[in-house]
Each structure stands twice: as C-alpha cells, then as structure tokens.
Design a protein around this ligand. Structure first.
Ligand code: DQA
Length: 149
C-alpha cells in the first residue's frame, strides 16, 4: 500500500473563510476528510499536515523518505518565494506532486512563477479540491510506473 503525505502551506488553514470566491467555502478539515477518502479509495494510506511556517514544511519534506512514498504539496504563497522548499524537495528521493486549488496562471503575474515545479514530478492547478484528488492519482500512477521499470 502506498503511503502518501499531503502537505498544505500557509493560510490554507483558513479555507472556508479566506477569499471564498477564489478558494471556495469548504474548510480545511472537510478537505482533509475528502483527501483521506480519495486516498483510501485508490488503495493508499494518506497523512495530511498544514503549517504556516516554511521551516515545518522543510522539516516534513526532509523526514519524508523514512515514512512516505510520495508527497502531494500545496505550498501556498511559498510556491512563488521559497528556494528553501525547492531545495528540500530536490534533496530527498521522495517524489513530489505540486497542487494548487486555483489556476495560478489565470491570476496575478506574481503567481505565474513557481520555484517548486522544476523539482516536482508535475503540477496540477485550477480544479479546486479536485486538484488534490488528481494529485493523489498522479502520485499513485507515478509510483506504479517506478515499480514496473
Ligand atoms: C494556492 C495559490 C497561491 O498563489 C496562493 O498563495 C495560495 C494558494 C492555491 O492553492 O491556489 O495560498 O497555492
């Protein structure tokens, strides 16, 4: 059974009340419940974590190889600023799928660049909560590919 770590970055704890026209009205708790169900339905065991602190996300990425097969990461605004998170992803063998609720390319120009995507397996953006569902499926498919190679 694949073990997946889903990480939510800064301000995603405010889902449901934060900019609802962009991010929707569902809470992070509801999203996490869905993510765990989606994972289980795909035969994966999913752990979810959120932090507003760059250091926590880096620590969890660094520790991931011993406990997880892949990471599904929504880095929030750190997407556009954090070379340190990018370096953490590049430093570990755990494959990372980058996800975003919103279509970052249809928004402000400063959201069009991601420091993360060059070290991620791929990026999924713009599908709301379903971005995480697709991210989980992409992670599992990526891991499956590794097994047959
Ligand atoms: C986000 C997009 C980022 O630009 C923003 O800073 C977020 C959320 C998304 O999920 O759409 O906090 O990562």
């Amino acid at each position: 059974m694949h073990r997946l770590l889903v990480l939510h970055g800064p301000n995603l704890n405010l889902l449901g009340s934060r900019e609802t026209s962009v991010y929707g009205t569902g809470s992070l708790e509801e999203l996490d419940r869905q993510i765990i169900e989606w994972g289980n339905a795909e035969g994966a065991e999913v752990t979810t974590r959120q932090s507003n602190a760059e250091a926590d996300l880096i620590q969890w990425i660094q520790e991931s190889p011993s406990e997880y097969d892949a990471i599904v990461l929504n880095p929030g605004a750190f997407t556009h600023t954090s070379i340190a998170i990018r370096d953490a992803i590049a430093a570990v063998p755990t494959p990372t799928i980058e996800v975003h609720l919103s279509n970052i390319y249809a928004r402000e120009e400063f959201r069009h660049h991601s420091y993360i995507s060059a070290v991620a397996v791929g990026q999924i953006a713009g599908f709301g909560p379903q971005s995480y569902h697709l991210g989980i499926r992409a992670a599992i498919q990526h891991l499956g590919k590794g097994e047959t190679q």
